[in-house]
Ligand binder design. Structure first.
Ligand code: GLC
Length: 738
C-alpha cells in the first residue's frame, strides 16, 4: 500500500489522539471529587518531580507525586505501595525515565531513526521501548525530542530528527503513537513527553543551553510545527526547554505555554519543567530568586517542577499571599491527576516484578531494532568497493569496530552493552570471510599512531580493509557541544595508514552527529555512515557490507564541509544574492585581483556555498532514475489537493529502496520563503529494471505559512516543485494557487 506522508495529512489524521468522550467525562468527575478532598500541601506535592533524596519519606508525606530514574520494578512497587497504602489519599505515583531510543533493546539514536524516513518502523520501535520500559514500572518517558537542529556542533542533534519540520513532525507523531499505543490505560503504554518546548536546538553557536534568538515567524514556520503535530497525535505531556527565546525562558513563557499550547492548540495534557529549568530562571536573570521563579513558572503554565523544589518550597506562601490564585494550582493538579487516571494507575498501580526479565531483548524486539539499524545506514560514497563480493581476507580496524558502549550512543543507560553486537563480532560470524583485526586506536580520541605501521602492513596482506571510525557515545548528547567536527584523535591518520596498504578501503562511521569528513573521503573507496545504531548495529553493518542488505538511508541533516560553514541547511532563504555558480574560490583568485572581482554573491572563498552532503541524500547499491514530475492541473484553489506524479526507475543491478521526496518552493510571499521545503516522502522498493509511478497528494492547505502579519494562510501565486532523491537534485515543474 502506498503511504505518502505530508505534514497536514498527518495533522488531520492524528486528531484521533483524545480518549473517547464518555471515558473522559468519567475521569473528569473522579478528578474533581479527588481535588475537592486535597489540602493545599497535597496539591503542591503532586507538582513535585524528584529522583533523589529520601524518596520513601517524600512519598509517604505526600510531598512528591512523581519520581524519575527509578527502574528497579521491586523498588517501584515499594514506593508505589507507600503512596497508595500509606499516604492519606492514596494517589498513585507516576514513574518517569528518559527512554529516548529504546529501554533495554536499543534502536539507533533518534537522528539515525530519522535517516530511515520510515515512520511506521519508528513507531514500532517506540512500541518496543514502551513494552520494555513499562515492564520495569516506567509509565512516562521524556521523549520524543522534537527540537529542530541545524547545527551539528550541538551535541543534542543526536536526540532529534534533524533539520526539517516535516520529517520531524512525522517522526514525532509516530513516536507518540508508538509510546502511547491505542489506549493509555493499557499497562504497556508510556505517556509521551514532547520536548524541549521550544526552540532549544537554535542555541547560538551550537553551544548547549545558549541563548536562542528566534524571530516570531521563524518560530512559527520551523520550530513549532513538529510540536503541534505531536499534540494532534495525542501527546500526553510537554517539557519546557532550558533556553530563553529572545530573553524569555520557556519555563516562564506564557505565550508558549498558554497562548499557543493551551489556547491555539487546545492541549489538555500536563506540562513539566526540564531538570531545574525553573530554578535556572534566576541564572537567566529572569527571576530574582527561587520564589520569584516559582511564581513566574506556575503563572506561565509550567505545572510540574523537576528538581528545583521551587513549588514545594514556595507555592504555599505564594498562594497564601495571593500572588498565585489557588485556582492556578488546581488547574495544574487537575492535569496531573487526569494523566494518572488516563494511565489507569488508580486501578493498576503495581508492576509484575518478573515481567521485565521476560520481556527485554525478546527476539522480535531485536529483529525490529535490526531493521531500523539497517534502514538508518547512509551510503555516502561507493566507488565500487561495496558490497564486499570477492573478498575472503578482510582486515578490520578502528576504534569503533568493537566498542559496544559507544555504538549504543547517548541516552542508553538502561541497556546492557553485553547484548550489543559489534561489527567485529558480526563479521567474524560471516561464512567464508577470514577476519584479521588490528584495533589501530584504542578509542575515538586516541592520538597515538603507534599501531599505524602494523595496520598498513596488515592491509597489504588483506583483500580489503574496513575502518570503523566515529565518536565515542560521550562526545554527543546533552552538554557535549563541539567546535571542531573533524574525526577526533588520530582517526584520519589511521584511515590514511589503512589506505597506504594499497587495497580497497571502506570507512564505516558511527557518530552522534554529522562530522566534517571531506578530507577522509579522499582516503576511502566507500563510506557508510550510521548515527549510533544501538544494540544490533554490528549485525546490520555486517549485512550491509556483505550485500545481504542494501543501504537506503538518507541524511536527515545537512553535512557541512567545515564547521565554519554552519549554519548550513537546505530549507534556507534565497537571499538577494544567491550563489550563481561562477564564484571564484580561494585558489583561483589571481594575484593582485581587483576589489570588485566576480562573485559578489553569498558564498565562502575557501568552501563555496554548498555542503558536503545535502539533506535527504544517500546512495544505494543500485541506481535510480526520476522522470520529470507532473501535477494534475495548472492551477489550484485553496481547498483543493495537488496530485503530483513522478516515474521512478531502478536502473541498477539489484533491488533497492529509494526514499522519494517531494519538495515545494513558494516563489513569492509576503515574506521571503525557503528555496525548498519537504512536503512529503515515500519509501519505494523496486527490483532491478522495475519502474513505478509514485503519487503524492498534497493539500493546498499544507502550503500555508505565517506571513508578514504572522497570520497563517496560503498565499496565492506560483509554486515550483521537485520529486527527487535528495534536496539538491531533481527537475523542477510549476503550478499556481489562485
Ligand atoms: C535533562 C534533559 C531532559 C531530560 C531531563 C531528565 O537535563 O534536558 O531532556 O529529560 O533532564 O533527565
Amino acid at each position: 500500500m502506498k503511504r505518502t506522508f505530508s505534514f497536514v495529512w498527518i495533522l488531520a489524521l492524528l486528531g484521533l489522539g483524545s480518549c473517547n468522550h464518555s471515558a473522559e467525562s468519567k475521569i473528569d468527575r473522579r478528578v474533581e471529587t479527588l481535588l475537592a478532598e486535597m489540602t493545599l500541601d497535597e496539591k503542591i506535592g503532586q507538582l513535585n518531580l524528584v529522583d533523589s533524596g529520601d524518596l520513601e519519606e517524600l512519598v509517604r508525606t505526600g510531598k512528591s507525586g512523581a519520581l524519575f530514574n527509578v527502574v528497579d520494578p521491586a523498588r517501584v512497587n515499594r514506593l508505589q505501595r507507600i503512596a497508595v497504602e500509606e499516604s492519606r489519599l492514596g494517589i498513585p505515583l507516576l514513574f518517569g525515565r528518559d527512554v529516548i531510543h529504546g529501554f533495554h533493546t536499543l534502536f539507533p539514536i533518534p537522528l539515525g531513526q530519522a535517516a530511515t524516513f520510515d515512520p511506521q518502523l519508528v513507531e514500532q520501535g517506540a512500541r518496543v521501548a514502551a513494552v520494555e520500559a513499562s515492564a520495569a514500572g516506567v509509565r512516562w518517558t521524556f521523549s520524543p525530542m522534537l527540537d529542530i537542529a541545524r547545527d551539528p556542533r550541538w551535541g543534542r542533534i543526536a536526540e532529534g530528527y534533524g533539520e526539517d519540520p516535516c520529517l520531524t513532525a512525522v517522526m514525532g507523531a509516530a513516536m507518540v503513537r508508538g509510546y502511547q499505543g491505542g489506549d493509555l490505560r493499557n499497562p504497556t503504554s508510556l505517556a509521551a513527553c514532547i520536548k524541549h518546548f521550544a526552540g532549544y536546538g537554535a542555541a547560538e553557536g551550537g553551544r548547549d543551553y545558549n541563548t536562542t534568538k528566534i524571530p516570531a515567524r521563524e518560530l512559527r514556520n520551523f520550530y513549532l510545527p513538529p510540536f503541534e503535530a505531536a499534540v494532534r497525535a495525542g501527546a500526553a505531556t510537554v517539557m519546557t526547554s532550558f533556553n530563553e527565546i529572545d530573553g524569555v525562558p520557556s519555563t516562564g513563557n506564557p505565550e508558549l505555554l498558554h497562548e499557543i499550547l493551551r489556547e491555539e492548540w487546545q492541549f489538555d495534557g500536563m506540562v513539566v519543567s526540564d531538570w531545574n529549568s525553573l530554578g535556572e530562571m534566576v541564572a537567566h536573570g529572569f527571576a530574582a530568586d527561587k520564589r520569584d521563579a516559582a511564581r513566574k513558572a506556575i503563572l506561565a503554565g509550567t505545572e510540574i517542577d523537576m528538581m528545583t523544589f521551587g513549588y514545594s518550597g514556595h507555592l504555599r506562601e505564594l498562594v497564601e499571599s495571593g500572588e498565585v490564585p489557588e485556582s492556578v494550582v488546581d488547574d495544574a493538579v487537575r492535569h496531573v491527576l487526569r494523566l494518572k487516571f488516563r494511565l489507569g494507575l488508580f486501578e493498576n498501580p503495581y508492576v509484575d516484578e518478573g515481567l521485565s526479565a521476560r520481556t527485554s531483548y525478546a527476539p522480535e524486539h531485536l529483529a525490529t531494532a535490526k531493521r531500523c539499524a539497517l534502514e538508518s545506514a547512509i551510503l555516502l560514497k561507493n566507488d565500487g568497493a561495496l558490497p564486499l563480493s570477492r573478498v575472503r581476507n578482510l582486515l578490520v580496524t578502528g576504534p569503533l569496530a568493537d566498542a559496544a558502549h559507544d555504538q549504543n550512543g547517548t541516552w542508553s543507560f538502561d541497556a546492557d552493552p553485553g547484548h550489543t553486537v559489534t561489527p567485529l563480532t558480526a563479521l567474524r560470524r560471516v561464512e567464508g570471510l577470514h577476519i584479521s583485526y588490528v584495533p589501530g586506536l584504542k578509542y575515538s580520541r586516541d592520538r597515538s599512531s603507534a599501531e599505524f605501521a602494523h595496520v598498513t602492513a596488515a592491509a597489504r596482506r588483506a583483500d580489503a580493509v574496513v575502518v570503523f571510525l566515529g565518536e565515542e557515545a560521550i562526545l554527543s548528547g546533552e552538554a557535549h557541544s563541539l567546535s571542531d567536527l573533524h574525526l577526533a584523535g588520530a582517526q584520519s591518520g589511521l584511515l590514511a595508514a589503512a589506505r597506504a596498504g594499497g587495497k580497497p578501503v571502506i570507512a564505516v562511521v558511527m557518530a552522534g552527529r554529522p562530522l566534517t569528513i571531506e578530507r577522509d573521503l579522499a582516503n576511502c573507496d566507500a563510506l557508510l555512515y550510521l548515527f549510533h545504531p544501538g544494540t544490533t548495529g554490528g549485525e546490520a553493518i555486517a549485512d550491509l557490507l556483505t550485500g545481504r542488505a542494501v543501504p537506503g538511508g538518507k541524511t536527515p541533516v545537512t553535512f557541512p564541509r567545515t564547521a565554519g560553514q554552519i549554519p548550513m541547511y537546505y530549507n534556507h532563504n534565497n537571499t538577494g544574492r544567491p550563489a550563481v555558480g561562477n564564484e571564484i574560490l580561494l585558489d583561483e583568485i589571481p594575484l593582485r585581483a581587483g576589489q570588485t572581482s566576480p562573485g559578489c554573491t553569498s558564498f565562502y572563498l575557501d568552501s563555496g556555498w554548498e555542503p558536503l552532503f545535502p539533506f535527504g541524500y544517500g546512495l544505494s547499491y543500485t541506481t535510480f532514475a526520476y522522470g520529470a514530475p507532473r501535477c494534475d492541473r495548472e492551477t489550484y484553489g485553496p481547498e483543493e489537493t495537488i496530485v503530483v506524479e513522478c516515474t521512478l526507475s531502478n536502473t541498477g543491478r539489484c533491488a533497492g529502496t529509494e526514499v522519494v521526496q517531494l519538495y515545494v518552493q513558494d516563489l513569492t510571499g509576503s515574506i521571503a520563503r525557503p528555496v525548498k521545503e519537504l512536503k512529503g516522502f515515500e519509501r519505494v522498493t523496486l527490483d532491478a529494471g522495475e519502474s513505478r509511478t509514485v503519487t503524492f497528494r498534497l493539500p493546498v492547505e499544507e502550503l500555508a505559512f505565517h506571513g508578514f502579519d504572522l497570520t497563517r494562510r496560503v498565499e496565492p501565486g506560483r509554486f515550483r516543485f521537485w520529486v527527487a532523491g535528495d534536496s539538491a537534485s531533481g527537475t523542477p515543474a510549476e503550478f499556481e494557487v489562485r
